[in-house]
Design a protein around this ligand. Structure first.
Ligand code: CDT
Length: 310
C-alpha cells in the first residue's frame, strides 16, 4: 500500500473586503485540523486567497492587478508555508499569478512536506468571456483577466506517488485527465469556484450543476484509473452563490467522501495509490488498448465541424 492521507479543505465564501491575511488564518485553522487527523497533503480551492474576482468587471489595470500575487510565498502567505513546514504537511492551493514580466495566470501550486514548491500549473481551459456581457445574469470574466496557461498538464513525482493538477473548468474536459493519465498520474488535485446558477441558463437547477461536477470528476478518475480530489470555494460571496460539494473520488470512479456544507469544511481520506494499479493494468491499460491512429482530430481540430449536408 502507498497511502497518502488527503485533506480536502473546502473554503466557505470570501467577501471582496476580506483580506488575504484573514483568509490565510482560515486556511491555517483547516491545516491544523488536517494535521490533527494525520493528513499528509491538504488541498485548497482555486483562487483560494481572495473572492472570485472574475465576476466583477474592471477596466483599471491597477485595480485588476491588486487581486494578483507577484511572488509566492509572499508576506500574506508566508505564515501558511511556515505552518505547513512545521506540520510537515504538503499543500496545494490556487491563486492569481502576476509574473515578473507582466503575464496573468490562474495558477495552482503543489509543495512538498517542507513547504518547498515542487509543482506549478496554470489553468488551460479559461471559461467565460472578456467583455461586459449584458445577456448574462452575472459576469464571468476569466478570459479578460487571465491568459491561457502555458505550462501544459504536467505531473510530479512527490509524496511517494505521481501527482497532477488542474483548475475548475479544466475538470469538464477529458483531455485534461488523459494527458496526465498518459504520464501515469495517480492523483489529480482540482480546486474550483463554480456559481450555483448558470449565468447563461437561469432555469438550470443547482442539482444538475452538482451532477455535472460529480460526473466530470468521476469520469476523469475512472477512465484514467486515478484518484481525483475536487475542492470548492463555496457559499455566498457578496450576493453571488458558489456551490460546495467538495469530494474525493477513487480510481473506480466512486465518491469516497463529499462535503455537506457551503462553509469551511475538511474531508480526510486515506488514498492508496496502489489502488490505481488494477485499472491501469487492465481495462485502461493504455499501451495495450489505445488506438492513436484514430485520435488525430483531438489535437488538430478545436471546434466541431459537422460533415456537409447532402
Ligand atoms: N472557475 C471556473 O472555472 N468556473 C467555471 C464556471 C463556468 S460558468 C461561466 C466552472 O467550470 O465551474
Amino acid at each position: 500500500m502507498r497511502v497518502i492521507n488527503v485533506a480536502a479543505a473546502q473554503l466557505g465564501p470570501i467577501q471582496k473586503a476580506d483580506s488575504r491575511q484573514a483568509v490565510v488564518k482560515r486556511m491555517i485553522a483547516l491545516m491544523d485540523e488536517a494535521r490533527s487527523k494525520g493528513a499528509d497533503l491538504i488541498v485548497y480551492p482555486e483562487l483560494a486567497l481572495t473572492t472570485f474576482f472574475p465576476r466583477w468587471y474592471m477596466e483599471n489595470q491597477a485595480e485588476v492587478d491588486a487581486w494578483f500575487e507577484r511572488e509566492m510565498p509572499n508576506a500574506a502567505t508566508k505564515p501558511l508555508f511556515e505552518r505547513a513546514a512545521h506540520h510537515q504537511i504538503a499543500m496545494n492551493f490556487g491563486y492569481a499569478e502576476l509574473t515578473p514580466d507582466g503575464h496573468h495566470f490562474n495558477t495552482s501550486i503543489l509543495t512538498d512536506k517542507s513547504g518547498k514548491i515542487v509543482g506549478k500549473y496554470r489553468k488551460v481551459h479559461l471559461p467565460g468571456h472578456s467583455e461586459f456581457d449584458t445577456e448574462r445574469a452575472f459576469q464571468h470574466l476569466e478570459k479578460r483577466y487571465f491568459e491561457p496557461g502555458d505550462l501544459g498538464f504536467n505531473v510530479w513525482r512527490t509524496l511517494g506517488g505521481i501527482i497532477g493538477m488542474a483548475i475548475c473548468n479544466d475538470r469538464r474536459w477529458p483531455e485534461t485527465y488523459r494527458v496526465m493519465g498518459l504520464q501515469g498520474v495517480e492523483m489529480v488535485l482540482i480546486g474550483y469556484n463554480t456559481p450555483s446558477a448558470n449565468p447563461e441558463k437561469r432555469v438550470e437547477a443547482l442539482e444538475k450543476r452538482m451532477f455535472h461536477n460529480r460526473l466530470s470528476l468521476q469520469a476523469g478518475a475512472y477512465q484514467n484509473s486515478t484518484w481525483v480530489v475536487g475542492v470548492a470555494k463555496a457559499g455566498v460571496e457578496d450576493g453571488h452563490p458558489l456551490f460546495g460539494g467538495s469530494l474525493i473520488v477513487n480510481p473506480d470512479g466512486e465518491i469516497v467522501v463529499e462535503a455537506s456544507t457551503e462553509a469551511d469544511e475538511l474531508l480526510v481520506h486515506p488514498c492508496d495509490l496502489d489502488a490505481t494499479r488494477f485499472g491501469k493494468n487492465t481495462i485502461f491499460n493504455f499501451a495495450e488498448h489505445r488506438r492513436i491512429e484514430h485520435y488525430g482530430l483531438i489535437s488538430s481540430r478545436t471546434g466541431a465541424v459537422p460533415p456537409p449536408e447532402t
